[in-house]
Design a protein around this ligand. Structure first.
Ligand SMILES: [Cu+2]
Length: 142
């Protein structure tokens, strides 16, 4: 009986922790502002983007859509520098941290540091997430 109570107690703690984490994210989930270009999609369809190439640098702007990063799939070329610029009007709180575990990248975007620059050398498909893993995307290096 005693071990059952311990299990119930632990389950309660986990539930509270999950709810707090979820609430923390909800606080940053402002609806997409209507002043942006009209987006008629109502479902959280994935948005993919190939990086634009300018002066030998691949550029991508990372923002927040309805329920996830926008774009949530980013295609880039290997061995060419990449600049990911954060749209800080949309990326707030936990989503300001971008983690690409397989590439060893953890980057915090803020007003003074809203660009992440790196040069991918390995080809493949890599996960990127926010600090708590609720925002997720795919980085495709070709
Ligand atoms: Cu997060």
């Amino acid at each position: 009986m005693e071990s059952l109570q311990i299990i119930q107690w632990i389950t309660g703690i986990i539930l509270v922790a999950l709810l707090l984490g979820f609430g923390y994210h909800l606080g940053t989930l402002a609806p997409e502002s209507s002043e942006q270009s009209p987006d008629t999609t109502t479902s959280p369809a994935s948005v993919s983007s190939a990086a634009a190439l300018a002066d030998g640098v691949q550029t991508v702007t990372l923002s927040w859509g309805k329920f996830n990063y926008k774009p949530d799939t980013i295609t880039i070329q290997a061995d060419t520098p990449v600049q990911i610029t954060a749209d800080l009007t949309r990326l707030q709180g936990c989503f300001q941290t971008l983690i690409i575990p397989d590439l060893g990248i953890t980057h915090y975007f803020d007003k003074n540091n809203d660009v992440l620059t790196f040069t991918p050398t390995k080809k493949g498909t890599f996960l990127f997430t926010c600090a708590m893993g609720m925002g997720k995307g795919t980085l495709i290096v070709q």
